[in-house]
Write a protein that binds this ligand. Structure first.
Ligand code: FE
Length: 198
């Protein structure tokens, strides 16, 4: 039990080294994609409190934020039928499916409003996708499984604090939003549980 979180700790270490080495987006996405694929190749490291769906909407749990806010890491937990609005990110992002499957629909801005593009894909466990203002920043994500789905996201900033845009389905207009996070406490990456035998 004590070392189950090790893959997350190793990912945080390796991603910190990556952002120390480069700020080039294409390099970050290429190398980061490999790191995220390695992390999600196993599914025994995410503590249950960051893998729990909410009844009312999808949940976003902050797993780690770089002290210099060069990247953050979030587990998204989707109940059956839950989905995001059409939204942007304003920074690069990587999305890797840990459990279940998700449909991602790409959008592009035309005359100031997002329009569905040709990019529509179902991602299954182990697959990684990328977004950014450079390569395409607008999408909608839907849980396409009949059970809880979980994806692990990495962004080029402290994503829960960023002012972003989403499509308000009632008005049909873009509105500002700041996503925040659903957790107040972070995973313990660095220490053993109390009373671990020597
Ligand atoms: Fe997104």
């Amino acid at each position: 039990m004590a070392n189950r979180i090790a893959p997350l700790r190793i990912f945080v270490r390796d991603f910190t080294e990556l952002v120390d080495d480069t700020s080039d987006e294409a390099t970050l996405l290429a190398k980061g994609r490999g790191l995220l694929a390695e992390l999600i190749s196993g599914d025994d490291w995410l503590p249950d409190e960051y893998a729990t769906a909410r009844a009312d909407r999808y949940a976003q749990y902050l797993l780690h934020c770089d002290p210099l806010e060069r990247f953050s890491m979030v587990s998204f937990v989707w109940g059956p039928g839950q989905r995001t609005p059409v939204h942007n990110h304003t920074v690069w992002g990587l999305v890797g499916v840990l459990r279940g499957s998700e449909q991602s629909e790409g959008y592009e801005l035309r005359d100031g409003l997002p329009v569905a593009g040709a990019d529509r894909q179902v991602m299954i466990r182990g697959e990684v996708d990328a977004v950014s203002p450079t390569i395409g920043d607008w999408h909608r994500v839907t849980n396409s499984s009949d059970d809880v789905s979980i994806s692990i996201h990495v962004y080029g900033g402290n994503v829960g604090t960023l002012r972003r845009r989403k499509l308000d389905e009632t008005s049909g207009q873009l509105v500002d939003f700041v996503s925040g996070y659903d957790n107040a406490a972070m995973p313990n990456l660095w220490g053993l549980p109390a009373a671990t035998p020597c």
